[in-house]
Structure formats: structure tokens, C-alpha cells
Design a protein around this ligand. Structure first.
Ligand code: ADP
Ligand code: MG
Length: 444
């Protein structure tokens, strides 16, 4: 049976011939005493510590698979073998690795996810994977900064798959949880905990590991992950990973793992633009039945730009206030309540991009329309106002303004500015309108 065990180890862990011949084939069963299996390592100390570090867990698993007995394994060297006095040890109880449910957050679904330019690609990729797990893109690797919706998308895929097929086995773990389970099953030192671990992770239809960057540098976890990954991928099971950076920027990631990541599809999520931030706030307010002025939402969206979690945090703070005091949230209240989140002493930099965003929002058109070729007056007029404000509120050269506004040439910009300047002088309504927009751009 020993040969069978060794061959199992070789196959299941994809050990190369040279590694197998060097480390594993020479191993011999020296003795079995009670629950303890003594394995003789016929070479010096170095190899012993290496073998026990690298191959103890695989051996344990293979032994329990083939003998159906959970042995405690001890490696011994020839000189120890000569002096070894065997004594019987009681068998240890084996704590189970709990077989978790998929543990998905019920609020993180495609329905509640707002699609914007920053996440459109990641969203479609996720949906494709959800529709045909294991077939569309494998692995799917979603990356981006904190609070931008990676976990939300990942859970959405899980829900979608479970909706289509309630029997699908979907597992979501953070990489800390995964790491802890690897460590736990190794430390437990019994084969059944290793087998349970492997049963849990290798017999799934969809494995989702969140924030995979945290397994980097954790050797045994990386190793176990690699084997899990290979086992699932060869069975055509879907793997979904998220990270704060693309594989090529993970410096200490082993090359073989990096290349696996790059086999599938990589999709990044960027920082949401103003419109997307507003849409997220509106959607959230609506689902919380929170009646709140667009002006206040706009204030939040203008001041919190790079993290959706913080955006929601600000809204939640106002919601909590509203629930407590039952009065409508005014700008004054918002500014006061959010003063430790939004710091007005750091004046917002006024850029042409900001101006374009604010003007679009003011006129209820999209930035895309603003920079499009459309000449219909409901878009052309705001566009000219944006030109005018860029010229008056920033130092940007006309060429820059032109290119930000959809690649318009010098003379178009000059014409636009001139028209608005004239209007501003002779028409009070226009003047008031422009002053209002200016205030939105620069509230100070
Ligand atoms: P990450 O995993 O990238 O750090 P999360 O997925 O945890 O970010 O998102 C942070 C919060 O922002 C969550 O509450 C999530 O629901 C919300 N969120 C992020 N992006 C969107 C979006 N496009 N639409 C709706 N909510 C979003
Ligand atoms: Mg996350």
C-alpha cells in the first residue's frame, strides 16, 4: 500500500518526477505504533525539515484516503530509528472544518449594483461568468482600489448562479479565511482535517476568493491555493478572484500562480465619475426610503470621490440623523453632520473636468452627451456654458478645454465663450444661472 500512497501524493499534488524521486520515493515506513506512523527519512537533517514542511500534509491526506485510518505522522532519521523506543499514544479527536454555506451578503446583487463607466467592463464580465460559470472566463480576476465594488460584484455572481441553479455549490471566502483554514488544517496535524479542507474547496462549482493579495508571501497557503486552483480549473469549475492590483503588480507572487491568473479575464474597476456617484446615492436613498434633496446628494458626490463605501457612509450618517430628529436634511445640516468626513478647509481643486461634471448635472444631461457631437440646443448650450466657465474659473488653455469637451477646435471654443459672455451681459436669467452653477463648482 505504501507505493499506492506515494503515487497518490504524486498525482494529486502534481509532483514532478525529479521532485518525487528526490524526496518521496526514498521514504519508508519504519513502524506503526498505535496511532503513530513512523516514516524513515534516509538522509540528513536538511531534507527532513524540508520534506516535513512540504510533503507532510499531502502524505497525510493520501494515507487517510487509502488506509482510511488517521495516523499521526512522525518523520525519523536513521540514527533516531536505532534508538527509538516506541510507546503508544492515544488517538486524538478530530475537530471538523465547518462546511460553511456560501455566505453571501443578500444586499450585494446585480440589481443593487449601479453600472457606470468605471465598472461597465467588470460588470459585463461578471454577468457573463454568472450566466455561464466555468465557460465564459476562467478565472475571472476583478481588481481595483478599496470600496469600489469588487466584493459587491463577486457576491452578485454568486447570487445569480444560485438563483439559476439552487443546487450549485458556491463558496465565498476572504483570503484571510482561506489562509486560516489552511493553517488550521495543517496545524491540526490530522489527515481528516486536511481531507475536509480539500473536500470543501475542491468539490465546488464556484470558488470565490476575495482580496487574494493577502495570500501572497504565505507559502503554504499559496501552495494549497495553487493546487486548489488547478484541481478546479481542470474540472471546468469557475474561479473568481479579487485583488487590489493586477497580477503583474503583485511583486512577490510566484510566477506560476501569476500566469494562472492571467489565463482568464482580468477586469478592473476604477473610481466612479460624478454621475455614477449620484446614481449610487440616489439608488441607496431610494432603497432606504430616505427622502433627501438632490442638492445634498450632490454635495456628497462632489466631495467624496474615490470610495463608494465612504460615499454610502456619508449618506448613512445623514439617514441616522434624519431617523433621530425627523426633520428634512438641509445643506446646513449636511455640512455640519459630515464635517468630519468632508473637510472644507481643503478647498476642492477646480478643474475643467469638475466644471464639465457639475454643468452636466445641473442641466440633467450626461457627461457623454456633453462631449458628444450632438448640436441640439439642450446640449449645445450647457456645453458653451462649460467652455465659458472653464475659461473663467481655471487656467486651462483653450486647446485643453476643447479636447476635454470631445475634441473641439480652438475656434469652436472661442465662439462658445463669446456667445455666453454676451448672454451673461445682456440677460439676467443667464447671469443668475451661471452664478448658481459657479456656486456649485466652488461653494466657498
Ligand atoms: P471593494 O470590495 O471593492 O472594497 P465593496 O464591494 O465592498 O468594495 O463596496 C463597498 C460598498 O460600496 C458596498 O456597500 C457596495 O454595495 C457599494 N458599492 C460599490 N460599488 C457600487 C455600485 N456600482 N453600485 C452600488 N453600490 C456599490
Ligand atoms: Mg472587498
Amino acid at each position: 500500500k505504501w507505493d499506492e500512497i506515494l503515487n497518490t501524493v504524486k498525482q494529486e499534488y502534481e509532483i514532478s518526477d525529479v521532485s518525487f524521486d528526490t524526496w518521496i520515493r526514498p521514504l519508508e515506513v519504519f513502524a506503526i505504533e498505535g496511532n503513530t506512523l513512523y516514516i524513515l527519512v534516509p538522509s540528513e537533517q536538511m531534507a527532513l525539515s524540508y520534506i516535513s514542511k512540504k510533503y507532510l500534509a499531502p502524505l497525510r491526506v493520501a494515507i487517510v484516503e487509502i488506509t482510511e485510518i488517521e495516523y499521526e505522522i512522525k518523520f525519523i532519521l536513521p540514527e533516531e530509528a536505532r534508538t527509538l523506543k516506541l510507546n503508544t499514544k492515544p488517538a486524538k479527536a478530530t475537530p471538523a472544518v465547518t462546511a460553511d454555506e456560501s455566505n453571501l451578503n443578500p444586499n450585494y446583487t446585480f440589481d443593487t449594483f449601479v453600472v457606470g463607466n468605471n465598472n461597465r467592463f467588470a460588470h459585463s464580465a461578471s454577468l457573463a461568468v454568472a450566466e455561464s460559470p466555468g465557460e465564459a472566463y476562467n478565472p475571472l480576476y476583478i481588481y481595483g482600489g478599496p470600496g469600489l465594488g469588487k466584493t459587491h460584484l463577486m457576491h452578485s455572481i454568486g447570487h445569480f448562479i444560485l438563483n439559476q441553479n439552487p443546487d450549485a455549490k458556491v463558496i465565498y471566502v476572504t483570503s484571510e479565511e482561506f489562509t486560516n483554514e489552511v493553517i488550521e488544517s495543517i496545524r491540526n496535524g490530522n489527515a481528516s482535517s486536511m481531507t475536509k479542507f480539500r473536500d470543501k474547496y475542491r468539490k465546488v462549482d464556484v470558488l470565490m476568493i476575495d482580496d487574494i493579495q493577502f495570500i501572497i508571501g504565505k507559502e503554504s497557503t499559496q501552495e494549497e491555493f495553487f493546487h486548489t486552483f488547478n484541481a478546479l480549473q481542470t474540472q471546468g469549475k469557475q474561479i473568481i478572484l479579487t485583488s487590489d492590483k493586477p497580477p503583474k503588480e503583485m511583486e512577490t507572487l510566484e510566477e506560476r500562480i501569476r500566469s494562472r491568473f492571467e489565463w482568464g479575464l482580468m477586469a478592473d474597476i476604477g473610481v466612479p465619475d460624478y454621475e455614477t456617484r449620484m446614481a449610487i446615492l440616489r439608488k441607496k436613498a431610494e432603497s432606504d426610503n430616505f427622502d433627501i434633496d438632490d442638492e445634498v446628494l450632490s454635495y456628497i458626490a462632489n466631495n467624496i470621490k474615490s470610495n463608494v463605501r465612504e460615499l454610502e457612509g456619508a449618506l448613512n450618517k445623514l439617514l441616522a440623523y434624519n431617523n433621530l430628529v425627523h426633520i428634512p436634511i438641509t445643506m446646513d445640516i449636511a455640512e455640519k453632520e459630515l464635517s468630519n468626513i468632508i473637510t472644507p478647509d481643503k478647498p476642492r481643486e477646480i478643474t475643467p473636468q469638475l466644471i464639465i461634471e457639475v454643468v452636466s448635472e445641473h442641466y440633467h444631461i450626461s457627461v457623454d452627451q456633453m462631449i458628444s457631437k450632438t448640436r441640439s440646443s439642450d446640449v449645445a448650450k450647457p456645453r458653451q456654458i462649460a467652455m465659458y466657465l472653464c475659461k473663467n474659473m481655471t487656467e486651462s488653455p483653450l486647446d485643453t478645454i476643447g479636447s476635454l469637451l470631445g475634441g473641439r477646435d480652438h475656434s469652436t471654443i472661442i465662439h462658445g465663450i463669446k456667445k455666453v459672455t454676451e448672454e451673461y451681459e445682456k440677460n439676467e436669467t443667464t447671469r443668475n444661472m451661471i452664478e448658481t452653477i459657479k456656486k456649485k463648482i466652488n461653494p466657498n
